[in-house]
Design a protein around this ligand. Structure first.
Ligand code: GEK
Length: 253
């Protein structure tokens, strides 16, 4: 099964910011975004496909057979699909959660069509207020960055409490570099990455405006410190591509 390719093929090209807008609205995960989401995220997030490809390998190493997994802020369910594509049906049970009804509707359809034998449930909800069941793995793939900064630590503490001993949290995020010059270099090369993927100057600048105060990135240092305060005694950055990174945090066995 090629779940990631399937999702890109099924998607429309992202043309949301191609025309000049008098006032660029705040970015939101509505029907328009859902329609082009796989194309948008593939062309906008360096390393997205590589991170998805590793999730199954991480799960295979860390998950107890049949354990429960959360895919939080699942969008169209790419992380859940990646796990289902790499692990047998009885390896895990999974709950995918998103606050956007449009995303949840499409994720349900896709997961039911692509991996009907896997025990995957998609629910609409706010990950800040969900009642979490004991789990072996939690995936936050580019989701925490959309929560108000003041809500992030409390969520991580609740996820730490829900994880079983030996459980893992995978946290992928856009990050900022504390060194201004290094940060500028990463952001400039990131814009080159977007140009190379077919985005115009106008699209790049309008998307940037739309995401202001919606996507609020932290430094890697802030992430590790927050994970530690939330109870994770060990965390490491296992992947970084320009200003995008993925961390893994371990709950003590
Ligand atoms: C992927 N993980 O393809 N509760 C639940 N969902 C939320 C909340 C919240 N409070 N806030 C935002 N979201 C996916 C990609 S996208 C990342 C994740 C991106 C949801 C929001 O509706 C959106 O679907 C998702 O978090 C972020 O692996 O678009 O850059």
């Amino acid at each position: 099964m090629q779940p990631v390719l399937f999702m890109s093929d099924a998607s429309y090209r992202d043309a949301i910011f191609t025309t000049p807008l008098d006032k660029v609205a705040r970015f939101s995960f509505d029907e328009r975004v859902v329609a082009c989401f796989p194309d948008m995220i593939r062309r906008s997030v360096p390393g997205y496909g590589q991170i998805l490809g590793m999730l199954g390998l991480i799960a295979a190493r860390h998950l107890r057979h049949g354990a429960h997994v959360y895919d939080l802020g699942c969008s169209l369910g790419a992380a859940s699909l990646a796990l289902a594509g790499q692990l047998p049906e009885d390896a895990f049970r999974l709950t995918a959660v998103d606050i956007s009804p449009a995303m949840v509707g499409r994720a349900r359809e896709t997961l039911a069509a692509e991996c009907p034998q896997h025990a995957i449930e998609v629910i609409e909800g706010d990950i800040r207020t969900l009642d979490y069941v004991p789990s072996g793995m939690v995936i936050l793939n580019f989701t925490l960055q959309f929560l108000p900064p003041e809500d992030r630590e409390a969520l991580l503490a609740r996820l730490h409490a829900a994880l079983e001993p030996g459980g893992v949290l995978v946290l992928s995020e856009k990050v900022v570099d504390p060194d201004e010059r290094d940060n500028a270099w990463r952001v400039e090369r990131y814009h080159d990455f977007k140009r190379a993927n077919g985005y115009s100057e106008l699209e790049i600048s309008q998307k940037r405006t739309a995401l202001e105060n919606v996507l609020v990135p932290d430094t890697l240092e802030a992430h590790h410190a927050r994970l530690a305060r939330a109870g994770f005694t060990r965390s490491l950055t296992w992947f970084q591509y320009l200003n995008f990174a993925s961390l893994i945090a371990f709950k003590e066995a």
